[in-house]
Design a protein around this ligand. Structure first.
Ligand code: SF4
Length: 281
């Protein structure tokens, strides 16, 4: 279901139309609101995105089934990602055979469900995915390396390209963009250290997984989201903070903080039947 609108600084749930014309103080300037509306408002009806499979599945399920709102501040990182993508998308006609900023998807046979999302770039068997980072992003990257979620997301795109479009991918590049610079997987970059010097950091390359491994990762999650089961909560402070369903999630498990444990749900939700991944696409 779509992102329905924005929660204003005073706590009002505004539809996109109300958000665009609101005079409430503290809202983003109107041109920013207009562009945020243009980029974030379009509904992605009955699509499950690769990224939603990589975080809290309860949130993914509820966002998939219901309408929801975000605060401006929590919508901003999504919007920032759109800005970065717009800057790096080049006209398709100058890149023969390339897919640039294309919506790609793949139906899961036997269901109404489709997994899909917007591909940043695929060209000459190289899949490139741009990630925008906050100001301290380079330092975080230096300490954590490429996030597992990013590796899975890009590998799921690789699988959609193969299953939906018969396109092979021989390399995946994850390109991190901040306001200060760009760094891509498999390359080195420099960060300042506490003594005012510089430290060189080598970022690993993004591995390419076999399709079976990717399907083993994603199919049970899709089943949990789509078959009426209540997926387990997977709280992470940064995610719960902006989650529209936080109160309901907390109420469900009878706790008052984001330290959510899955008490009301089965500890290990049962997947209805084993899935033969070869039947799926
Ligand atoms: S509050 Fe946290 S754990 Fe609960 S659904 Fe939202 S993201 Fe998941």
């Amino acid at each position: 279901m779509p992102l329905k609108g924005i929660i204003s600084p005073s706590g009002k749930e505004l539809s996109w139309e109300q958000y665009l014309v609101s005079n409430e103080r503290g809202l983003f300037p109107r041109p920013a609101r207009y562009n945020m509306f243009r980029e974030l408002a379009p509904a992605r009806s009955r699509w499950i995105s690769p990224s939603s499979l990589c975080y809290c599945l309860r949130k993914a399920k509820w966002e998939f089934e219901r309408e929801y709102y975000l605060t401006e501040q929590s919508a901003y990182p999504l919007f920032r990602g759109c800005i970065v993508h717009t800057m790096f998308a080049t006209p398709k006609e100058t890149n023969e055979g390339a897919l640039v900023e294309e919506d790609i998807k793949c139906k899961i046979p036997g269901t109404d469900f489709v997994i899909g999302g917007r591909l940043d770039r695929w060209e000459k068997e190289i899949l490139s995915d741009y990630k925008s980072l906050a100001d301290n992003g380079m330092h975080i990257l230096a300490s954590t390396g490429i996030k597992q979620e990013h590796i899975w997301q890009t590998n799921i795109y690789k699988l959609i390209l193969k299953r939906g479009y018969n396109l092979d991918t021989k390399e995946i590049k994850i390109i991190y963009v901040t306001m200060k610079g760009i760094v891509q997987s498999g390359s080195t970059f420099h960060i300042s250290d506490r003594r005012g010097g510089e430290k060189e950091i080598k970022l690993a390359s993004c591995p390419i997984y076999a399709d079976d491994k990717i399907l083993d990762f994603m199919v049970p999650k899709i089943k949990l989201i789509t078959e009426g089961y209540a997926p387990p909560a997977a709280p992470q402070d940064w995610l719960c903070k902006s989650c529209y369903f936080k109160r309901e999630c907390e109420a469900t498990i009878g706790k008052g903080t984001s330290q959510v444990e899955d008490m009301a749900m089965p500890k290990t939700p049962e997947i209805p039947k084993s899935v033969d991944v070869n039947d799926l696409f």
